[in-house]
Write a protein that binds this ligand. Structure first.
Ligand SMILES: Nc1ncnc2c1ncn2[C@@H]1O[C@H](COP(=O)(O)OP(=O)(O)OP(=O)(O)O)[C@@H](O)[C@H]1O
Ligand SMILES: [Mg+2]
Length: 234
């Protein structure tokens, strides 16, 4: 069994008017792709934001490679190896593709060399490097935000609903990309409501309901599409 990269225990967080996360716990092992399934509004994005350090936790702990990072801010977590791809394709729409990537490099010690790596992995982004990010297609914008996170050379990538609003053929590309990234050694925590993508990319998973993790999904469970679809109604 591989070592634990990310361990979340009893994590509680909210936005001032009560807790949204209510003691969520899960574990992610090195080299794994772990899915989190849950219907709209159960707190999946809040979980990802809290793990990244963008929303403060009020109880519980987050451990990364054996170190407690609960008290660190998002920048410190990025330096330690957290990469975050927010829901909703948060590109800077009026900036060029290249400037969007440069922001990723700035955030991680001006690692400009990584831009070239990203252009090699995403030739479409190279072709469109001078284009304003807001004029890219939905799928291209998703690739851009993933590339922006990868510029920081993360060891764990937090992906929040990358398939949202993306055409089915591009959803396949995203699944293939997650598999490729995983093969390069990146561990992935994937929030998704698209069962096909979840099955294509995640090996095991967790079910989230009302701010808590309520079930662990084994490899066999992940093959059971009916079960996954049912989980999304809980
Ligand atoms: N910035 C915020 N301020 C106040 N409440 C918020 C904020 N962001 C989210 N919430 C509330 O927290 C709850 C959980 O939201 P969250 O975005 O974490 O759910 P989700 O599972 O990611 O949903 P979805 O599947 O629609 O993305 C919702 O009731 C939402 O209205
Ligand atoms: Mg969400």
């Amino acid at each position: 069994m591989n070592e634990t990269v990310l361990s979340i225990a009893g994590l509680t967080a909210g936005y001032g008017s009560g807790d949204i996360l209510q003691g969520a716990s899960l574990e992610v092992r090195r080299g794994d792709v772990v899915g989190v399934l849950g219907r709209n509004g159960v707190g999946k994005t809040t979980l990802m934001r809290t793990v990244m350090g963008l929303t403060p936790s009020s109880a519980g702990s987050i451990t990364h490679n054996g170190a407690d990072v609960t008290g660190l801010d998002a920048e410190e977590r990025a330096v330690r190896g957290f990469g975050y791809v927010p829901q909703g394709r948060m590109v800077f729409p009026h900036m060029s593709v290249e400037d969007n990537l440069r922001i990723g490099a700035l955030e991680r010690g001006r690692n400009w060399r990584r831009l070239e790596d990203m252009y090699q992995r995403f030739p479409r982004l190279r072709e469109r490097r001078r284009q304003r990010a807001g004029t890219l297609s939905g799928g291209e914008q998703e690739m851009l935000v993933i590339a922006r996170a990868l510029v920081g050379d993360p060891d764990i990538l937090l992906l929040d609903e990358p398939s949202e609003g993306v055409q089915p053929n591009i959803v396949k590309d995203i699944g293939a990309l997650i598999n490729e990234l995983n093969q390069t050694g990146i561990t992935v925590l994937l929030v998704e409501q698209n069962v096909e993508l979840m099955q294509a990319a995640a090996r095991v998973g967790y079910v989230m309901e009302k701010g808590r993790i309520t079930q662990a999904l084994s490899e066999a469970d992940m093959h059971d599409g009916e079960r996954l679809r049912h989980v999304l109604s809980l």
